[in-house]
Design a protein around this ligand. Structure first.
Ligand SMILES: [Zn+2]
Ligand SMILES: [Zn+2]
Length: 168
């Protein structure tokens, strides 16, 4: 149920406070965005929704994502691509990303040591931090495992380890 989605409810509250109309289409876009828990581009979300809504336009999806950002319910980011991705986490939730350059999977992580290091470096330079972000690019575990499987018999693959929490 779209109405039961707290993200969508916050969004419709924001729209009415801003004097903007809350259309079913905007609600459907917001619902799909929160349900996906992914760092999507407007185009990806558009293609995902278009099969069920032939009247949907890319511009509407893009504008809705921008409104979600204005509402503080999404963060706009670029990960080495020419287009923006929208993070379904609020801007004030500090976290970092691991980006697989092979399959495009984006995982999130938080690290207290990193936060302290950033604060220490900033302090020593009289610098006030307003935002901290770290992006690590490379090969994810799944892709590394596939590589391991492709290597000839007798060579060592990548050892299996428990899965980390992550948003694809
Ligand atoms: Zn994120
Ligand atoms: Zn990968």
């Amino acid at each position: 149920m779209i109405d039961a989605d707290p993200g969508v409810r916050h969004f419709t509250d924001f729209l009415s406070r801003a004097g903007l109309k809350s259309t079913r289409q905007r609600e459907r876009i917001a619902h799909a965005f929160f349900a996906g828990r992914r760092h999507v581009s407007a185009e990806e979300l558009y293609h995902q929704l278009r099969s069920r809504d032939a009247g949907l336009g890319l511009v509407t999806v893009y504008r809705t994502l921008k409104l979600l950002r204005q509402a503080g319910l999404a963060t706009e980011r670029t990960f080495g691509e020419s287009y923006a991705r929208f993070d379904p986490n609020p801007a004030d939730w500090t976290h970092h990303h691991l980006i697989c350059t092979r399959c495009g999977k984006i995982q999130e992580f938080q690290d207290a040591t990193l936060r302290e290091l950033g604060a220490r470096v900033a302090r020593s330079r009289g610098f006030t931090v307003t935002e901290q972000r770290l992006e690590l690019y490379g090969i994810c575990r799944d892709c590394a495992r596939l590589d391991g499987r492709r290597t000839p018999r007798g060579s060592r693959g990548v050892p299996a380890r428990p899965r980390a929490r992550g948003v694809p």
